[in-house]
Design a protein around this ligand. Structure first.
Ligand code: PMP
Length: 356
């Protein structure tokens, strides 16, 4: 009975499956290996002891957090929207702009939620391939032509792309924004802190551009579910009509603000993880039968024979990595999140022993 009531587009959906198994080392979800900075923990515990007013609803507009972000990015705070993870902002963007049958252009392989949120919102996802033989680079003319011919409401770009790790150059983003003035161009920069590049500098030039950022990766705050968008004020006004009220808990707003203010420490963590990425890539390259894709993110894609069974064997040994099952192209790869030196060395040791 319940099965008959569900919308037909969702009948074959599989619920999101986070790897809930015991582990020694968790390198499957691109999380940070760093705990909350001690200075932040102290401030937080003081605030909690003073009384954090949790009997009140949170500030529905996350004003203090947006002020902090606005000062850092030199962007008007009216153009900043905070979401329960950038996940929520992707969903809110689809719900704001995409009606039944409207088209959303997105890359494939890439973050799966672009397509799922589009389908949930009643739109049609038009996936443009990033081809393995071209190092998964974006063919931007294909994106532009398809956006125009389909009168796409949204064009979603992900840089560094998850899971392939490659970057979309700023000049290409600029070209897409100017060639597709009738579409909203969403640039998902969930991992941009590990690449250094950002489309935020293009915001004053393009009112159709919106950039998504998250606290889940470089800031080590996946547990508080907090992300934000930067755009012109006009775009933010429309998004705010659809964003659920009180979407960010008081504690999440507080922790995000405190961690953003502890940027010195976060910058050092980012630098360390970039060094670890280079170390891990170089060491992985030395293992038999493995090839490594260049990455601008905090994860590395590795191509190897029997990827799925290797991932299973690693899991048996307590090392979690991301496998793509039997997917046509990605099935030949595993994605390894960059951990701390100790975690990376455990992964390397186990992988070497499996690969012989
Ligand atoms: N964008 C990309 C490319 C991602 O990989 C992820 C998380 N894996 C997200 C957005 C969502 O991140 P969050 O909701 O934690 O901000």
């Amino acid at each position: 009975m319940i099965k008959d009531l569900i919308r037909s587009e969702f009948k074959d959906f599989i619920p999101y499956n986070a790897n809930q198994v015991p582990y020694r080392v968790k390198l499957d979800a691109n999380e940070s290996p760093f705990e909350l900075p001690m200075s932040v923990r102290k401030k937080l515990s003081d605030i909690i002891m003073e009384g954090p007013s949790l009997y009140l609803y949170p500030d529905t507009d996350s004003i203090e957090l947006r002020k902090t972000l606005s000062a850092y990015w030199s962007v008007d705070m009216e153009g900043i929207v905070v979401g329960t993870g950038s996940d929520q902002l992707i969903q809110v963007l689809v719900n704001t702009f995409v009606g039944v049958g409207d088209k959303v252009i997105c890359p494939t392989p890439s973050f799966s939620m672009y397509k799922l949120d589009t389908i949930i919102g009643g739109g049609t996802a038009v996936e443009i391939p990033l081809r393995e033989e071209n190092g998964f680079e974006y063919d931007i003319d294909e994106f532009i032509n398809k956006a125009k011919s389909d009168a796409a409401k949204l064009v979603i770009l992900c840089t560094p792309n998850n899971p392939t790790g490659n970057l979309l150059p700023l000049k290409d983003i600029e070209k897409i924004c100017s060639m597709c003035p009738d579409s909203v161009i969403v640039v998902d920069e969930a991992y941009a802190e590990f690449a250094g590049d950002t489309a935020i500098s293009l915001l004053p030039k393009f009112e159709n551009l919106i950039v998504l950022r998250t606290f889940s990766k470089a800031y080590g705050l996946a547990g508080i579910r907090c992300g934000y968008s930067l755009s012109g004020k006009e775009m933010a006004v429309e998004i705010n009509k659809v964003r659920p009220p009180y979407n960010i808990s008081s504690l999440s707003q507080l922790v995000a603000k405190l961690v953003f203010e502890a940027r010195g420490e976060i910058d050092a963590q980012i630098k360390y993880l970039i060094e670890q990425r280079e170390y891990l890539s170089a060491e992985l390259e030395k293992i038999n039968n493995i090839s490594v894709l260049p990455s601008g993110a905090n994860y590395i894609m590795v191509k190897l024979p029997d990827a799925k069974s290797v991932a299973k064997e690693l899991e048996k040994r307590g090392v979690l990595v991301r496998s793509f099952g039997d997917a046509p192209v990605l099935g030949k790869y595993i994605r390894i999140s960059v951990g701390n030196k100790e975690q990376n060395d455990i992964l390397l040791e186990e992988l070497k022993s499996i690969m012989g």
